[in-house]
Design a protein around this ligand. Sequence first.
Ligand code: 5GP
Length: 200
Amino acid sequence: MGDDAAGRLIVLSGPSGAGKSTVVRRLLQKCDLPLKLSVSATTRSPREGELDGQHYFFLSDEEFQNRRDAGEFLECKEVFGLGYWYGTLREQVTTGLQAGNWVILEIDVQGALSLMDDNSLSPITLFIHPGGSEELERRLRMRGTETEDVISARLETAEKEMQHMHRYQFEVINGSVDLAVDEICQILKDQKEKRPCSKS
Ligand code: 5GP
């Protein structure tokens, strides 16, 4: 199997309200690399329109902890301190990589940092954000779905997350979705050229 067929791991994080999901969705459609989104497990309930096995694997607390104890997660964290757990399933990553896919993990900063510390993975890491806290606040308010308390908590989390931005290899400002998608796709293609052990 040549190098071109080898999969890569991509870690993408950014504050809530940065438009990550929209960017990832569009990236999967537009970027001509064999991208595959890893489906995480979570203990939160499905939102309207979310499907089990497609958006997340929705697990009970007990099932999540059993699978955690069985070592099924590459990383898992309690996100936002609300008591909900989220985790990357090893199986999602290994089958994707073995099939030669570029597996995208859309995960929070704590989860991303733990994977960066694992030398065996060498992920490509990207941090996506809207350019400033005023813009983030504007976007969170524009959604109109969150209460003042939730907006404040998310802005506070965002501030903390931004402090770790320098740990990521690439910073992408999501001003326009199309431009952000093009930029990320180009970054990934450049990494393909820079693979440390690629054939010349
Ligand atoms: P939401 O509940 O809005 O879908 O996601 C909340 C947060 O959980 C987002 O920041 C998202 O990136 C993060 N998240 C989703 N899946 C995982 C995962 O498998 N691991 C970690 N550490 N965070 C995750």
